[in-house]
Design a protein around this ligand. Structure first.
Ligand code: DX5
Ligand code: ZN
Length: 224
């Protein structure tokens, strides 16, 4: 997965009554991927979508689908999300299943594996897996809802992970997920984020998302 600057549209704050059109709006706006927030009501206190929705959305975009599994038992659902049309599947190191087994299962399903860690999870919980994944998704909100404020206290942890990735000579892009918008995207990118997930910061705009996406790209580079 290339690690130049990518904007990934999270549909969490899109109009769920028109998700197909909302995905197309993001595609037409020029984003690089679609970020699908999956929640099971157990790992987080919210329930969103499952494989059937990923399958329904698949025909609306040729862009990569990143399924972000905020679920306690990812091993049980990886094949279903893979068959539904996910290109990249991200699970949480805090989930019940062993992260190494989850990564192996995602690869066995023919998909790109990623792991995510919550804002208060120590880096030691994910460093054993850095050489086995192709996206490191750093949460800058406590997962569960869109529209939360960006936690800039996570930035030092992100910068440490960026340096560790460089020390190890890994080609591993860092995703940043939660509260990324015009105001925060510069700091997120400067701390090492290259796959920048934006939900409410995009979908708060009606109509054409092109100008909003262009602004996000420009502002991401402004801090460097
Ligand atoms: C939170 C989700 C994120 C995110 C998207 O659990 O994983 O994808 O919050 O929404 P915004 O950009 O509004 O924070
Ligand atoms: Zn997400």
């Amino acid at each position: 997965m290339s690690d130049d600057l990518q904007i990934s549209a999270s549909i969490l704050n899109a109009d769920f009554a028109r998700l197909g059109q909302e995905v197309r709006r993001a595609v037409d706006g020029g984003v690089d991927s679609i970020h699908l927030d999956v929640m099971d009501g157990h790992f987080v206190d919210n329930i969103t979508i499952g494989p059937v929705v990923v399958e329904a959305l698949r025909p609306h975009a040729a862009l990569p689908f990143h399924s972000h599994l905020m679920i306690s038992r990812p091993l049980a659902y990886i094949d279903a999300f893979a068959e539904a049309g996910s290109d990249l599947i991200v699970a949480h190191v805090e989930a019940d299943d062993d992260p190494g087994q989850v990564v192996d299962a995602i690869r066995a399903a023919g998909k790109v594996p990623g792991l995510s860690l919550n804002p208060d999870t120590p880096v030691e919980d994910i460093t054993p897996y850095l050489d086995r994944i192709e996206l490191l998704l750093v949460m800058t909100v406590q997962p569960g809802w869109g529209g939360q404020p960006f936690r800039d206290d996570v930035l030092p942890k992100m910068a440490w992970l960026r340096d560790e990735i460089e020390r190890r000579g890994l080609d591993l892009p860092i995703g940043v997920d939660g509260g990324v918008n015009d105001e925060t995207i510069g700091a997120a990118h400067a701390a090492g984020g290259s796959v920048l997930v934006v939900g409410s910061g995009l979908y708060r705009h009606p109509g054409d998302l092109g100008p909003a996406v262009a602004d996000l790209r420009r502002l991401a580079l402004a801090d460097t």
